[in-house]
Design a binder for this molecule. Structure first.
Ligand code: GDP
Ligand code: MG
Length: 245
């Protein structure tokens, strides 16, 4: 199936060239769409020069409202428009192993809407993350799965492969999240709309060696608020208009 990898980037100048080169080596048949938010460190420029050298890489340089969610959404819409059948996503900081990409893509089929590279299924794991990030991720995932009634161990992993067919059935512009809550929101909407099964495949997550994490308290708060609001609406019917469609 014709596949594309979306890589959202913000200030990844220290990683992007090596990362794109590695992805091309490990997944030579997957085309790449870098979606950068006009990074002050010139990530988009570096990506563009790598694209000229390697080919089959497109760079979108966004100047509208910055964020993981709007960037991912714009890239997904562009990928659907271009006719890709499988749309994968990965971080640019080597936390996700490019060698696993082809496997995740291969698990997408007409019944499977979403394949999640999961840290919390047997065989998966996290290395060299500080204790605070480990606990935040683990408890955040338990809370999210409970609120949204998802049987998923890792709702917040950004290493994924979606079937384009399932994405076409989602009102991507109508989604609520700005930050990484986008990941839980996508799993939630796929499950609610019964767009296909969600499968988890183990990955070992490695903390970044270069550049800085963009996780911050605003993004954490947004996740807590949205997930709690959706869980409340599911159970009481109050605020149903906030549920993603
Ligand atoms: N386009 C875009 N990409 C972002 C933004 N924030 C984070 N990213 C990218 O999303 C991926 C994950 O972000 P990261 O900072 O590593 O988050 P962490 O792994 O949760 O600490 C990386 O490739 C980032 O460059 C953003 O506002 N816009
Ligand atoms: Mg990261």
């Amino acid at each position: 199936m014709k596949s594309v990898l979306i890589i959202p980037t913000f200030n990844e100048a220290a990683n992007i060239e090596r990362f794109l080169t590695q992805v091309r080596t490990d997944a030579p048949n997957t085309e790449i769409l870098v979606v950068d938010d006009n990074s002050p460190d010139g990530t988009a420029k570096i990506a563009e020069s790598v694209a000229q050298r390697l080919g089959s890489i497109k760079v979108i340089n966004r100047t509208s409202r910055r964020g993981y969610a709007p960037a991912s959404r714009d890239a997904m819409l562009a990928a659907i428009e271009s006719g890709y059948e499988v749309i994968a996503t990965m971080d640019a900081d080597f936390s996700h192993d490019p060698k696993v990409l082809t496997k995740l893509i291969s698990l997408v089929n007409s019944d499977t809407a979403l394949v999640i590279g999961s840290r919390y299924v047997p065989g998966g794991g996290v290395t060299n993350w500080p204790l605070f990030r480990r606990l935040l991720s683990k408890w955040g995932n338990l809370y999210t799965a409970f609120c949204l009634r998802l049987k998923i161990k890792d709702c917040t992993s950004g290493f994924r492969a979606y079937s384009a067919t399932s994405l076409k059935n989602i009102d991507l512009d109508g989604l609520k999240a700005d930050g990484y809550a986008f990941l839980s929101e996508m799993a939630f909407v796929i499950s609610r709309k019964k767009l296909g099964s969600i499968v988890e495949s183990p990955i070992v997550y490695v903390d970044r060696a270069f550049g800085e994490s963009k996780m911050n308290t605003r993004i954490m708060r947004e996740s807590m608020v949205l997930v709690t609001r959706w869980g409340f609406a599911l159970r009481t019917g109050i605020g149903r208009k906030h549920l993603p469609r």
